[in-house]
Design a protein around this ligand. Structure first.
Ligand code: DGL
Length: 268
């Protein structure tokens, strides 16, 4: 391992940049190569077989770089294909689901945890399984929220936006009625909805899977002696479709930071 090695981070598109943002805040010296599979986004409404195929290609692409670890920065990809790729590729894999599950299990006081995510993540039951492994007495109530990704990508994520507020109220009402005290934002796009969700669910602790992933990555790299201890901080971004949309939305997901050039890479 050398200090010039990269952490490979991938997602179905632009959303994984919320994970990159958290990684940069937590371990700024790490070099990051990011791949957004924008030609195939969204993953969240696709079949298990299709998602797995795409995820294998994503890891193959990142394997071309000097990679010391891979971050599956997509809740859908992590829920569906983590086991497959970790058996296929001899690399340390980090994800978003286990760290967020662990954090929610530690934080809940009344033992009632809500999870919001894509259709594919919710039907995989990945969060229920991960939380159940930590503490089987916890109750998990999951809700698929398929309208949220397109709304966020179309800039409808701010407070006082009537459209996002109406949609979120409808999704969150059943969770409120179930008396949850903790809610996992189990999708890359949902950290942008933090303020609107907090207003609808006052008193409920929100867990960002992106922040939880960065914390777990830092701890994992430290434990295995893989943390960069020298000059670093290089970023490279690749996408599988035209970089234009990615470039224009990237800074929103990265929290205002735009750095590095986006290059087009075709998997075909
Ligand atoms: N990145 C996905 C996730 O976190 C959301 C977007 C998609 O459906 O591809 O589940």
């Amino acid at each position: 391992m050398s200090n010039s090695d990269f952490i490979g981070v991938f997602d179905s598109g632009v959303g994984g940049l919320t994970v990159v943002k958290s990684i940069i805040e937590t371990i700024p010296d790490e070099n990051i190569v990011y791949f957004g599979d924008t030609a195939h986004v969204p993953y969240g409404s696709r079949s298990k077989e299709q998602i797995t195929e795409y995820v294998i290609d994503d890891v193959k692409f990142l394997s071309k770089f000097n990679i010391k670890a891979v971050v599956i920065a997509c809740n859908t990809a992590d829920s569906i294909a983590r086991d497959t790729v970790s058996k296929m590729f001899p690399l340390p894999f980090f994800g978003v689901v286990n760290p967020a599950a662990k954090k929610s299990a530690e934080i809940t006081k009344n033992g009632r945890i809500g999870v919001i995510a894509t259709n594919a993540t919710v039907s995989s039951g990945a969060y229920e399984k991960a939380i159940g492994r930590i503490n089987p007495s916890l109750t998990v109530i999951s809700k698929a929220c398929p309208l949220l990704v397109p709304l966020v990508e179309n800039n409808r994520y701010r407070k006082n936006d009537g459209v996002i507020e109406t949609v979120l109220r409808e999704y969150l009402e059943p969770l409120k009625e179930q008396n949850i005290d903790t809610l996992v934002l189990g999708c890359t796009h949902y950290p942008l909805l933090y303020d609107v969700i907090s207003e609808i669910l006052p008193g409920v602790t929100l867990i960002s899977s992106s922040d939880a992933a960065a914390e777990a990555l830092e701890a994992g790299l430290r434990k295995s002696g893989l943390l960069n201890n020298g000059e670093g901080g290089k970023r490279e971004y690749y996408v599988s479709d035209n970089p234009e949309f990615f470039e224009s939305t990237a800074s929103v997901f990265l929290g205002g930071v735009t750095e590095g050039k986006v290059k087009h890479f075709s998997q075909a």
